[in-house]
Design a protein around this ligand. Structure first.
Ligand SMILES: Nc1ncnc2c1ncn2[C@@H]1O[C@H](COP(=O)(O)OP(=O)(O)O)[C@@H](O)[C@H]1O
Ligand SMILES: [Mg+2]
Length: 236
């Protein structure tokens, strides 16, 4: 459903000496026909990092996240994954279009993340669901059909669904675009908490400079498909 594995995954080539990384993008390019969406991107992402992927519309943010999530293969270059990656590692993606089931309720959409291999029983899942819904102030909205919900509520449901799948990394594509300032901060507080307590890696495409300034993290800034800056967010 929301989890991506890498059809194009490969191991580090001899001579690449990277320790404990989660993803290494090696000279990665992506073309859609004549459009060069990503150009020779070189980037290493480590477990437990918060990485904001920034850039103007059309800069390549969605393309980069799609490749990291295993939903698109690069035209050239590689996504290199560590040797020790095991089946417990997986990446949850919150797509820009959210991919929720419109005719189903919020709660039904959340139950799509239930997996008996990661929860001992349904009660345990339900407790986690209730806690997250309470924190994000959506507990009294759960019976509403997605098609009747506003954009902000949908974004929260998509993010809670991703968190309930207990990923080691979340890729989120502009997940606060329909949220007001207060809700954006609240959502990011929750993700920050998972980052601190559980080492969740967060890779977040955003235009929201205010948010970036408030929270510790790195940025990878794209311009016209090129990675023009990668490093601490305090320099933006
Ligand atoms: N499916 C597609 N077919 C053709 N061009 C695309 C497609 N998806 C994205 N593009 C183009 O690739 C470039 C990067 O797009 P995208 O990754 O969506 O950027 P961003 O998320 O930063 O707005 C843009 O020029 C965009 O128009
Ligand atoms: Mg985009």
């Amino acid at each position: 459903m929301l989890t991506g594995r890498h059809p194009q995954q490969s191991r580090p080539r001899a001579g690449v000496n990277l320790q404990n990384y989660l993803f290494h993008l090696d000279n990665l390019s992506l073309e859609y026909g004549a459009v060069k969406a990503l150009k020779s991107v070189q980037l290493t992402i480590y477990p437990g990092e918060i990485l904001f992927v920034t850039g103007a519309s059309g800069a390549g943010k969605t393309s980069l996240l799609s490749i990291l999530g295993g939903h698109l293969a690069p035209t050239s270059g590689k996504v290199i994954l560590p040797h020790e990656r095991n089946s417990k590692h997986f990446v949850a993606t919150v797509f820009q279009d959210l991919r929720l089931l419109q005719k189903k309720s919020c709660e039904d959409n959340l139950w799509l993340s239930y997996d008996s291999s990661i929860y001992n029983n349904k009660n345990e899942f339900y407790r986690d669901m209730e806690e997250l819904c309470h924190t994000l102030k959506v507990k009294d909205q759960l019976s509403r059909k997605i098609e009747d919900c506003n954009g902000g509520l949908r974004q929260k449901i998509a993010m809670i669904r991703a968190l309930l799948s207990k990923p080691t990394a979340i890729l989120a594509d502009e997940p606060t675009s329909s949220l007001d300032k207060e809700s954006s901060y609240l959502l990011f507080e929750v993700l920050n908490h998972f980052n601190h307590k559980k080492g969740l890696t967060l890779i977040w495409a955003t235009h929201n400079k205010e948010l970036i300034k408030q929270f510790p993290g790195k940025i990878a800034h794209l311009e016209g498909g090129r990675l023009v800056y990668s490093g601490h967010a305090c320099f933006i």
